[in-house]
Design a protein around this ligand. Structure first.
Ligand code: HEC
Ligand code: HEC
Length: 503
């Protein structure tokens, strides 16, 4: 809370994902490319295969120039964006890993210099010097992964670091090794997929068949390593994190499963390709493989990021920048007291520093539709109960009075009309809407939080009694404050639940 808030009408999750996914693709390409080039150059030189050397030279242009330039630009871009979006988490990463970053950047500079010389040296250097440069390029690139992997995995599973604050405890954390193997596999897979794409544009013939086969073997080997280490990785995450995710975030978990089978499908597709049609591989098929590979990797990265919710650094900093260790101070002195740069509008400041990192009012993950047609007391209860809502949110650490202020701020920005007028609904459809807004945020039907079984078979009177004492049903459960007409249709709707399926 010691930094000003960068308030722009964009969804920060989307902004971060766009630049990070691009950077991650490009940097893994660069590393895998280094290995692919130098290993194949060895083979080609040993057999005196000039055609292959020409092919590799062409490949190296992409790997050395495009990936390094784009990797460097997006890498700086990531620092720029996280500095704006999550300054306190960025500060924590810099403080704890300042030497880690210094080492990483040293490797990166070596990688760039070697890769550029490698590209320019195909015809200007002796074979030996050129190969040596190639190895320097690859090893430096991979070592930069060895370093950054420690910092990336630390954010999800800081482990003993939370207690000791020791550099190495954080660095060699629970997911360090599986993640390193997994990412190395990804590098190999992407290098294979890219060379497959370039090979698909060669004239049909023996050379093409050989090149396609080789590229496919790389992709398959990368995929197999990746699939095995993904299982290992999942096992290495503490059970409490995975259990919470399974319960409150079914979508990313579903994606993890899908991504696993997607990797298998790509590998199988490759085997078929190599066995039956390496000569005729067309560019469109190679593009499909590439798209699937990137989709798999993207799904994995996204699920991994989701697993970390509600934290940026697990157990240390929440997604909105609130420090876990400061919890008692927040509760005692209030949230506002911890915000160094205040604008004079307390409601707006609370919104920015508690919710705005993940939500907008009316755009990405909009809160307006979640609150349209509800009242201030309800909004205040939701603010104070965020940890109960689907999505794995941080708790609101401010005082009850601050929750009221934030609720007032939100209430002024939503549509205050009754739901029937806003959505032009009546009867059961309206009842369902009331449920979705006032109950469904916490009791998602068909999940562990679903209460429809315990509501089934209750009379109108019972249900009205239950709504009267809603605030007493459990810690975090809001009082029922909707108007009489909405209560009536909700009760009717609740009576249809628990009888199998939604009406
Ligand atoms: C770390 C990120 C994060 C923070 C901070 C956060 N939320 Fe959320 N919130 C989420 C996610 C993720 C969801 C689930 C969205 C979904 O299912 O599409 C969610 C869902 C919600 C929902 C339910 C939306 C719906 O569709 O019914 C409400 C209401 C909500 N948040 C309010 C808040 C409020 C109020 C704050 C601030 C006090 C806040 N959130 C802070 C991430 C966050
Ligand atoms: C902000 C989150 C939240 C909202 C919104 C919410 N609840 Fe709850 N509810 C809880 C929590 C937390 C509990 C207590 C823990 C539990 O039983 O899961 C609870 C408990 C209950 C229980 C008691 C269940 C039992 O088996 O004892 C019922 C019934 C219930 N809620 C129904 C509703 C209905 C109906 C609505 C909408 C009018 C609603 N809840 C809205 C969070 C919420």
């Amino acid at each position: 809370m010691h930094y000003p808030f960068w308030d722009q009408p964009i969804g920060y999750g989307v902004l971060m994902a766009t630049i990070a996914v691009f950077h991650v693709f490009v940097s893994h390409f660069a590393i895998g490319g280094g290995l692919y080039l130098v290993v194949n150059e060895h083979l080609a030189r040993r057999s005196g295969d000039a055609q292959r050397l020409g092919f590799l030279e062409k490949l190296s242009k992409f790997f050395a120039l495009v990936t390094l330039v784009a990797g460097a630009v997006t890498g700086v871009g990531i620092w720029f964006v996280i500095g704006l979006l999550a300054p306190s988490a960025t500060e924590a990463l810099i403080h704890n890993y300042v030497w880690g970053w210094a080492i990483e950047w040293t490797f990166f500079v070596v990688e760039i210099a070697a890769a550029m010389l490698y590209f320019y040296g195909w015809k200007r250097m002796t074979a030996r010097a050129h190969l040596t440069l190639g190895w320097i390029y690859f090893v430096a690139a991979w070592l930069s992964l060895v370093i950054i992997n420690g910092i990336l995995t630390f954010m999800l599973t800081p482990g003993r670091w939370l207690v000791t604050g020791n550099f190495w405890d954080g660095f060699f954390n629970l997911t360090y090794w599986p993640s390193l193997v997994l990412r190395t596999g990804v590098c190999v897979m992407l290098a294979g997929l890219y060379s497959l794409l370039v090979a698909s544009r060669l004239e049909p013939g023996d050379f093409k068949a050989k090149t396609v086969r080789l590229a496919a073997i790389w992709s398959i080997a990368g995929l197999v390593v990746t699939m095995l280490s993904q299982l290992w990785y999942w096992k290495a995450i503490p059970a409490a994190v995975t259990a919470k995710a399974l319960q409150s975030m079914p979508t990313p978990i579903w994606f993890i499963g899908i991504s696993f089978w997607l990797a298998g499908a790509i590998a199988l597709g490759m085997v078929v390709l190599v066995a039956f049609a390496p000569r005729k591989l067309g560019t469109s098929v190679a593009l499909v493989f590439m798209a699937l590979g990137l989709a798999w990797f993207g799904a994995f990265e996204w699920s991994r990021e989701s697993l970390r919710k509600p934290y940026i650094i697990t157990g240390y900093i929440y997604g909105n920048g609130a420090e876990v260790t400061e919890t008692e101070n927040y509760k005692r002195d209030g949230y506002l007291a911890q915000i160094s740069f205040r604008t004079g509008d307390d409601g707006a400041d609370l919104f920015r520093h508690a919710c705005r990192n993940c939500h907008t009012l009316a755009g990405y993950k909009a809160l307006k539709p979640a609150f349209d047609g509800t009242d201030r007391a309800f909004i205040s209860a939701i603010v104070q109960g965020t940890q109960h809502i689907k999505g794995n949110m941080p708790p609101f650490l401010g005082t009850a009075a601050e929750a009221e202020k934030l609720a007032g701020y939100l209430r002024e920005r939503i549509d205050p009309r009754p739901l029937a007028d806003i959505y032009k609904l009546e009867g059961m459809a309206l009842g369902r809407k009331v449920y979705d807004l006032r109950c469904g945020k916490c009791h998602v039907l068909g999940t562990a939080s679903d209460k429809s079984k315990s509501l089934a078979g209750q009379s109108t009177e019972d249900l009205n009694g239950l709504l009267d004492m809603a605030a007493n049903l459990g810690e975090g459960m809001p009082a029922f404050t909707a108007e009489a007409s909405e209560r009536k249709v909700l009760v009717a709707y609740l009576q249809t639940l628990g009888k199998g399926g939604r009406p």
